[in-house]
Write a protein that binds this ligand. Structure first.
Ligand code: PLP
Length: 362
Protein backbone atom coordinates (compact mmCIF):
# COMPACT_ATOMS: atom_id res chain seq x y z
CA UNK A 1 0.00 0.00 0.00
CA UNK A 2 2.87 2.37 0.68
CA UNK A 3 4.95 4.44 -1.62
CA UNK A 4 7.24 6.10 0.90
CA UNK A 5 9.99 8.50 -0.19
CA UNK A 6 13.55 8.29 1.08
CA UNK A 7 12.85 11.29 3.26
CA UNK A 8 15.88 13.34 4.36
CA UNK A 9 13.93 16.51 5.12
CA UNK A 10 15.42 18.83 7.76
CA UNK A 11 12.13 19.59 9.52
CA UNK A 12 9.31 18.83 9.53
CA UNK A 13 10.90 15.48 8.93
CA UNK A 14 10.25 11.77 8.54
CA UNK A 15 8.00 10.00 11.04
CA UNK A 16 8.02 6.22 11.52
CA UNK A 17 5.56 4.41 9.28
CA UNK A 18 4.32 2.46 12.35
CA UNK A 19 3.44 5.72 14.11
CA UNK A 20 1.55 7.05 11.10
CA UNK A 21 -0.33 3.80 10.75
CA UNK A 22 -1.35 3.75 14.40
CA UNK A 23 -2.51 7.37 14.14
CA UNK A 24 -4.48 6.41 11.05
CA UNK A 25 -6.16 3.53 12.86
CA UNK A 26 -7.13 5.78 15.77
CA UNK A 27 -7.90 8.82 13.66
CA UNK A 28 -11.69 8.72 13.63
CA UNK A 29 -12.36 6.99 16.93
CA UNK A 30 -9.73 7.31 19.64
CA UNK A 31 -9.91 4.51 22.24
CA UNK A 32 -13.64 4.08 21.83
CA UNK A 33 -14.41 7.72 22.63
CA UNK A 34 -16.52 8.06 19.47
CA UNK A 35 -14.39 10.95 18.28
CA UNK A 36 -10.86 11.82 17.21
CA UNK A 37 -8.28 13.37 19.54
CA UNK A 38 -8.79 16.65 17.65
CA UNK A 39 -12.47 16.78 18.53
CA UNK A 40 -12.22 16.15 22.23
CA UNK A 41 -11.97 18.53 25.15
CA UNK A 42 -8.47 19.10 26.41
CA UNK A 43 -10.04 18.98 29.89
CA UNK A 44 -11.33 15.43 29.35
CA UNK A 45 -9.79 12.57 31.30
CA UNK A 46 -8.94 10.89 28.00
CA UNK A 47 -6.81 13.79 26.83
CA UNK A 48 -5.29 14.24 30.27
CA UNK A 49 -4.16 10.64 29.96
CA UNK A 50 -2.52 11.41 26.62
CA UNK A 51 -0.81 14.50 28.06
CA UNK A 52 0.41 12.81 31.24
CA UNK A 53 1.37 9.64 29.39
CA UNK A 54 3.63 11.51 26.96
CA UNK A 55 5.24 13.39 29.84
CA UNK A 56 5.96 10.33 31.94
CA UNK A 57 7.30 8.30 29.03
CA UNK A 58 9.64 11.15 28.08
CA UNK A 59 10.78 11.33 31.71
CA UNK A 60 11.47 7.59 31.76
CA UNK A 61 13.22 7.36 28.37
CA UNK A 62 15.42 10.43 28.84
CA UNK A 63 16.11 9.88 32.54
CA UNK A 64 14.66 13.24 33.60
CA UNK A 65 15.03 13.74 37.38
CA UNK A 66 11.88 14.44 39.42
CA UNK A 67 12.86 18.04 40.19
CA UNK A 68 12.54 18.91 36.50
CA UNK A 69 9.21 19.84 34.92
CA UNK A 70 8.23 18.81 31.40
CA UNK A 71 6.16 21.32 29.43
CA UNK A 72 4.43 21.09 26.06
CA UNK A 73 4.24 24.61 24.66
CA UNK A 74 3.47 26.33 21.37
CA UNK A 75 5.36 28.90 19.32
CA UNK A 76 8.27 26.64 18.36
CA UNK A 77 11.83 26.73 19.61
CA UNK A 78 11.91 30.25 18.16
CA UNK A 79 9.58 31.49 20.90
CA UNK A 80 11.92 29.96 23.49
CA UNK A 81 14.69 32.19 22.11
CA UNK A 82 12.69 35.09 23.61
CA UNK A 83 11.00 33.40 26.57
CA UNK A 84 14.32 32.35 28.08
CA UNK A 85 15.72 35.88 28.46
CA UNK A 86 12.29 37.26 29.38
CA UNK A 87 12.08 34.85 32.30
CA UNK A 88 15.70 34.30 33.30
CA UNK A 89 17.81 37.28 32.26
CA UNK A 90 17.55 39.41 35.39
CA UNK A 91 18.90 42.96 35.88
CA UNK A 92 22.68 43.19 36.14
CA UNK A 93 23.16 39.76 34.56
CA UNK A 94 24.41 38.71 31.13
CA UNK A 95 23.11 35.99 28.82
CA UNK A 96 26.16 34.08 27.58
CA UNK A 97 26.16 32.10 24.33
CA UNK A 98 28.37 29.72 22.48
CA UNK A 99 27.98 30.95 18.92
CA UNK A 100 28.03 27.89 16.68
CA UNK A 101 26.03 28.99 13.65
CA UNK A 102 22.63 29.83 12.23
CA UNK A 103 20.40 28.78 15.14
CA UNK A 104 22.69 30.10 17.87
CA UNK A 105 22.66 33.39 15.97
CA UNK A 106 18.87 33.61 16.14
CA UNK A 107 18.88 32.84 19.86
CA UNK A 108 21.48 35.59 20.46
CA UNK A 109 19.51 38.17 18.44
CA UNK A 110 16.38 37.56 20.51
CA UNK A 111 18.22 37.76 23.84
CA UNK A 112 19.69 41.12 22.80
CA UNK A 113 16.15 42.51 22.79
CA UNK A 114 15.94 41.93 26.54
CA UNK A 115 19.37 42.58 28.06
CA UNK A 116 23.12 42.16 27.94
CA UNK A 117 24.61 39.27 26.00
CA UNK A 118 28.12 37.88 25.76
CA UNK A 119 29.75 35.47 23.33
CA UNK A 120 31.50 32.86 25.48
CA UNK A 121 33.07 31.21 22.41
CA UNK A 122 32.52 31.25 18.67
CA UNK A 123 33.62 29.34 15.58
CA UNK A 124 32.63 32.14 13.22
CA UNK A 125 36.22 32.50 11.94
CA UNK A 126 35.91 28.91 10.68
CA UNK A 127 32.52 29.56 9.03
CA UNK A 128 30.94 27.54 11.85
CA UNK A 129 32.30 24.27 10.54
CA UNK A 130 33.08 23.15 14.09
CA UNK A 131 31.88 23.31 17.67
CA UNK A 132 34.38 25.31 19.78
CA UNK A 133 36.58 23.25 22.09
CA UNK A 134 35.19 23.23 25.62
CA UNK A 135 38.46 24.86 26.75
CA UNK A 136 37.71 27.88 24.51
CA UNK A 137 34.54 28.73 26.41
CA UNK A 138 34.78 31.76 28.73
CA UNK A 139 31.68 32.35 30.80
CA UNK A 140 31.42 35.86 32.31
CA UNK A 141 31.15 36.10 36.11
CA UNK A 142 27.74 37.71 35.95
CA UNK A 143 26.23 35.19 33.54
CA UNK A 144 22.56 34.41 34.17
CA UNK A 145 23.10 31.31 32.05
CA UNK A 146 25.15 29.83 29.24
CA UNK A 147 23.14 28.92 26.15
CA UNK A 148 24.33 26.30 23.70
CA UNK A 149 22.90 24.85 20.48
CA UNK A 150 23.49 21.12 20.81
CA UNK A 151 23.19 20.43 17.09
CA UNK A 152 23.47 23.11 14.42
CA UNK A 153 20.91 21.82 11.95
CA UNK A 154 22.03 23.97 9.03
CA UNK A 155 25.82 23.62 9.33
CA UNK A 156 25.69 19.97 10.44
CA UNK A 157 27.77 20.23 13.61
CA UNK A 158 27.06 18.72 17.03
CA UNK A 159 28.60 18.77 20.49
CA UNK A 160 30.43 15.54 21.33
CA UNK A 161 30.34 16.55 25.04
CA UNK A 162 28.70 19.45 26.82
CA UNK A 163 30.55 22.12 28.83
CA UNK A 164 30.60 21.74 32.61
CA UNK A 165 29.40 25.14 33.79
CA UNK A 166 29.50 24.67 37.55
CA UNK A 167 27.13 27.10 39.25
CA UNK A 168 26.12 28.74 35.97
CA UNK A 169 22.88 27.41 34.51
CA UNK A 170 23.39 25.58 31.22
CA UNK A 171 20.53 25.94 28.73
CA UNK A 172 20.44 23.77 25.62
CA UNK A 173 18.56 24.11 22.35
CA UNK A 174 18.21 20.41 21.45
CA UNK A 175 15.64 20.99 18.71
CA UNK A 176 17.45 18.83 16.19
CA UNK A 177 18.95 16.14 18.42
CA UNK A 178 16.66 15.56 21.39
CA UNK A 179 16.34 11.84 22.17
CA UNK A 180 18.91 10.93 19.52
CA UNK A 181 21.44 9.87 22.17
CA UNK A 182 21.52 9.61 25.96
CA UNK A 183 22.00 12.94 27.77
CA UNK A 184 22.68 13.69 31.43
CA UNK A 185 19.74 16.04 31.89
CA UNK A 186 21.04 17.15 35.30
CA UNK A 187 23.91 18.98 33.53
CA UNK A 188 21.29 21.40 32.25
CA UNK A 189 19.01 23.90 33.92
CA UNK A 190 16.81 23.73 30.87
CA UNK A 191 16.50 21.85 27.59
CA UNK A 192 14.08 22.82 24.86
CA UNK A 193 13.19 21.47 21.42
CA UNK A 194 10.63 21.95 18.70
CA UNK A 195 9.17 18.48 18.16
CA UNK A 196 9.22 18.42 14.37
CA UNK A 197 12.70 16.99 13.89
CA UNK A 198 13.17 14.10 16.29
CA UNK A 199 10.00 13.87 18.32
CA UNK A 200 6.94 14.17 16.17
CA UNK A 201 5.07 16.75 14.11
CA UNK A 202 5.32 20.53 14.27
CA UNK A 203 3.08 22.48 16.62
CA UNK A 204 4.48 21.49 20.00
CA UNK A 205 7.69 22.51 21.74
CA UNK A 206 9.15 20.43 24.56
CA UNK A 207 10.65 22.29 27.54
CA UNK A 208 12.43 20.42 30.32
CA UNK A 209 13.21 22.85 33.13
CA UNK A 210 14.57 22.60 36.67
CA UNK A 211 11.89 23.65 39.15
CA UNK A 212 13.87 26.41 40.86
CA UNK A 213 14.33 28.29 37.56
CA UNK A 214 10.63 28.98 37.12
CA UNK A 215 10.03 30.55 40.50
CA UNK A 216 11.07 34.16 40.02
CA UNK A 217 10.01 35.45 36.60
CA UNK A 218 9.32 39.21 36.45
CA UNK A 219 5.75 40.02 37.53
CA UNK A 220 5.13 42.09 34.38
CA UNK A 221 5.50 39.25 31.88
CA UNK A 222 2.43 38.24 29.86
CA UNK A 223 0.74 35.16 31.30
CA UNK A 224 1.37 32.97 28.26
CA UNK A 225 5.08 33.82 28.18
CA UNK A 226 5.77 32.82 31.81
CA UNK A 227 7.10 29.34 32.53
CA UNK A 228 5.31 29.26 35.89
CA UNK A 229 1.93 29.56 34.17
CA UNK A 230 2.52 26.36 32.26
CA UNK A 231 4.12 24.55 35.20
CA UNK A 232 1.16 25.34 37.48
CA UNK A 233 -1.32 24.19 34.83
CA UNK A 234 0.46 21.04 33.63
CA UNK A 235 0.73 22.63 30.12
CA UNK A 236 -3.07 22.97 30.01
CA UNK A 237 -3.45 26.68 30.84
CA UNK A 238 -4.99 27.27 27.43
CA UNK A 239 -5.95 24.95 24.59
CA UNK A 240 -2.89 22.81 23.82
CA UNK A 241 -1.88 21.47 20.37
CA UNK A 242 -3.59 18.24 21.33
CA UNK A 243 -3.04 16.23 18.16
CA UNK A 244 0.68 17.10 18.15
CA UNK A 245 1.03 16.07 21.80
CA UNK A 246 -0.71 12.79 21.00
CA UNK A 247 1.70 12.11 18.11
CA UNK A 248 4.69 12.89 20.33
CA UNK A 249 3.31 10.23 22.69
CA UNK A 250 3.16 7.70 19.85
CA UNK A 251 6.67 8.62 18.79
CA UNK A 252 7.94 8.08 22.36
CA UNK A 253 6.33 4.63 22.44
CA UNK A 254 8.07 3.86 19.17
CA UNK A 255 11.45 4.88 20.66
CA UNK A 256 10.71 2.69 23.67
CA UNK A 257 9.84 -0.28 21.45
CA UNK A 258 13.09 0.19 19.52
CA UNK A 259 15.05 -0.21 22.76
CA UNK A 260 15.17 3.35 24.09
CA UNK A 261 17.56 6.24 23.65
CA UNK A 262 20.82 4.26 23.76
CA UNK A 263 19.50 2.02 20.99
CA UNK A 264 18.56 5.16 19.03
CA UNK A 265 22.14 6.40 19.30
CA UNK A 266 23.52 3.10 18.00
CA UNK A 267 21.07 3.15 15.11
CA UNK A 268 21.95 6.77 14.33
CA UNK A 269 25.66 5.91 14.37
CA UNK A 270 25.10 3.00 12.00
CA UNK A 271 23.01 5.18 9.70
CA UNK A 272 25.37 8.13 9.53
CA UNK A 273 28.47 5.92 9.14
CA UNK A 274 27.10 4.71 5.80
CA UNK A 275 26.87 8.27 4.50
CA UNK A 276 30.04 9.67 6.09
CA UNK A 277 31.93 6.65 4.67
CA UNK A 278 30.53 7.45 1.24
CA UNK A 279 31.99 10.95 1.65
CA UNK A 280 35.33 9.92 3.15
CA UNK A 281 35.97 7.12 0.68
CA UNK A 282 35.18 9.21 -2.39
CA UNK A 283 38.73 10.47 -2.92
CA UNK A 284 37.59 14.07 -2.53
CA UNK A 285 34.62 13.87 -4.90
CA UNK A 286 32.38 14.58 -1.89
CA UNK A 287 33.71 16.96 0.76
CA UNK A 288 32.22 17.00 4.24
CA UNK A 289 31.57 20.48 5.59
CA UNK A 290 31.99 19.83 9.33
CA UNK A 291 35.30 19.18 11.08
CA UNK A 292 35.65 15.49 11.91
CA UNK A 293 35.34 16.06 15.67
CA UNK A 294 32.15 18.11 15.27
CA UNK A 295 30.28 15.94 12.79
CA UNK A 296 26.57 15.66 13.46
CA UNK A 297 24.66 12.40 13.78
CA UNK A 298 21.56 14.27 12.62
CA UNK A 299 22.47 16.51 9.68
CA UNK A 300 25.21 15.50 7.26
CA UNK A 301 26.43 18.46 5.21
CA UNK A 302 28.65 18.03 2.18
CA UNK A 303 29.65 19.61 -1.09
CA UNK A 304 30.62 18.61 -4.60
CA UNK A 305 33.25 20.18 -6.86
CA UNK A 306 30.87 22.65 -8.53
CA UNK A 307 27.42 24.06 -7.86
CA UNK A 308 26.35 22.66 -11.19
CA UNK A 309 27.23 19.15 -10.09
CA UNK A 310 25.35 19.74 -6.82
CA UNK A 311 22.25 20.74 -8.75
CA UNK A 312 22.55 17.63 -10.87
CA UNK A 313 22.94 15.51 -7.73
CA UNK A 314 19.72 16.95 -6.29
CA UNK A 315 17.84 16.50 -9.54
CA UNK A 316 18.88 12.89 -10.08
CA UNK A 317 18.31 12.01 -6.44
CA UNK A 318 14.77 13.33 -6.68
CA UNK A 319 14.16 11.21 -9.77
CA UNK A 320 15.18 8.17 -7.71
CA UNK A 321 12.85 8.87 -4.81
CA UNK A 322 15.07 10.90 -2.47
CA UNK A 323 13.65 14.04 -0.86
CA UNK A 324 15.25 16.93 1.03
CA UNK A 325 18.91 16.64 0.04
CA UNK A 326 19.41 20.23 -1.05
CA UNK A 327 21.41 22.16 1.56
CA UNK A 328 19.92 25.14 3.37
CA UNK A 329 19.94 28.25 1.19
CA UNK A 330 22.23 30.07 3.64
CA UNK A 331 25.14 27.61 3.28
CA UNK A 332 24.45 25.82 -0.02
CA UNK A 333 25.72 22.37 -0.86
CA UNK A 334 23.89 19.23 0.19
CA UNK A 335 22.44 18.02 3.45
CA UNK A 336 21.00 14.70 4.56
CA UNK A 337 19.01 14.87 7.78
CA UNK A 338 19.06 11.49 9.50
CA UNK A 339 16.82 11.98 12.53
CA UNK A 340 15.63 9.10 14.71
CA UNK A 341 12.76 8.13 12.43
CA UNK A 342 14.80 7.98 9.20
CA UNK A 343 15.20 4.25 8.49
CA UNK A 344 18.56 2.56 7.98
CA UNK A 345 17.29 1.48 4.57
CA UNK A 346 17.01 5.11 3.43
CA UNK A 347 20.63 5.71 4.44
CA UNK A 348 21.78 2.54 2.66
CA UNK A 349 19.97 3.66 -0.46
CA UNK A 350 21.56 7.12 -0.24
CA UNK A 351 25.08 5.70 0.21
CA UNK A 352 24.52 3.53 -2.87
CA UNK A 353 23.18 6.45 -4.86
CA UNK A 354 26.22 8.53 -3.84
CA UNK A 355 28.65 5.82 -4.97
CA UNK A 356 26.81 5.41 -8.26
CA UNK A 357 26.62 9.16 -8.89
CA UNK A 358 30.33 9.47 -8.23
CA UNK A 359 31.23 6.69 -10.69
CA UNK A 360 29.21 8.41 -13.38
CA UNK A 361 30.59 11.91 -12.76
CA UNK A 362 34.18 11.51 -11.55
C1 PLP B 1 14.49 24.01 13.70
C2 PLP B 1 15.30 24.61 14.80
C3 PLP B 1 14.83 25.70 15.56
C4 PLP B 1 13.53 26.41 15.25
O1 PLP B 1 12.46 25.66 15.60
P1 PLP B 1 10.96 26.22 15.38
O2 PLP B 1 10.18 25.18 16.13
O3 PLP B 1 10.71 26.23 13.92
O4 PLP B 1 10.88 27.56 15.99
C5 PLP B 1 15.62 26.16 16.58
N1 PLP B 1 16.81 25.58 16.88
C6 PLP B 1 17.28 24.54 16.17
C7 PLP B 1 18.59 23.94 16.54
C8 PLP B 1 16.54 24.03 15.11
O5 PLP B 1 17.01 22.99 14.40
Amino acid sequence: MTNRAYNFNAGPAALPLEVLQQAQEEFIDYAGAGMSIMEMSHRSSVFEGVNDGAQSLLRELYGIPSHYKILFLQGGASTQFAMIPMNLLTAGKTAAFVHTGSWADKAIKEAKLFGDTAIAATSEADRFNRIPQLSEIRVPDNAAYLHITSNETIEGTQYAAYPATGDVTLIGDLSSDILSRPVDVSQFGMIYAGAQKNLGPSGVTIVIVREDLVESSPKTLPTMLRYDTHVKNNSLYNTPPSFSVYLVGLMLKWVQAKGGVAAMEQLNRDKTKLIYDAIDQSGGFYRGFADLGSRSLMNITFRLGTEELEKQFVKESEQQGFVGLKGHRSVGGLRASTYNAVPLESCKALAEFMADFRKRNE
